[in-house]
Design a protein around this ligand. Structure first.
Ligand code: CMP
Length: 138
């Protein structure tokens, strides 16, 4: 079965949206394989967002993701990567469709509530920073 890695960002935790956001994934039929609340270190954040190093928004991104505890999870289900990206919506919440998480809950592109892996390769790399799980179960 396919897996993806998801982070509920500090602003989602601060706003008390953890239960609501988790229930959206569960209602869709995705299964929680890993779940934890954690304050990311600067080093973990830098590993997570390595591909964005050097971009104009990089420092803001690292500051935002380390601003408070996050919820880290691995979700399992058919085509989990694509399904979760559809559920969370476009990166910029002002462009995300209503009905998606970013479309329903926010406006800020840096504090856009949720991060999710954009490919099975990103899942492997990102989840390995925090969990010892593999991409597939048999
Ligand atoms: P996320 O899915 O966590 O992956 C990288 C993050 O960078 C993204 O969500 C946004 O929070 C942030 N991001 C991407 N593009 C921009 C941008 N143009 N300006 C500011 N932040 C951005």
């Amino acid at each position: 079965m396919d897996r993806t890695f998801v982070i509920l960002k500090p602003n989602a935790v601060k706003r008390g949206l953890v239960g609501e956001l988790l229930s959206r994934f569960e209602r869709k039929g995705l299964k929680l394989v890993e779940l934890c609340l954690k304050q990311l270190t600067r080093d973990e954040a830098a590993r997570l967002y390595e591909v964005h190093r050097g971009k104009a928004f990089y420092d803001d991104l690292l500051n935002a993701i380390t601003a408070g505890p996050v919820v880290l999870m691995v979700l399992e289900g058919r085509q989990a990567v694509d399904v979760v990206r559809k559920l969370i919506g476009a990166t910029d919440p002002t462009k995300a469709e209503p009905g998606t998480i970013r479309g329903d809950y926010g406006l800020d592109i840096t504090d856009n509530l949720v991060h999710a892996s954009d490919s099975p390769e990103s899942f492997q790399k990102e989840s390995a920073i925090f969990f010892s799980v593999s991409g597939k179960t048999h």
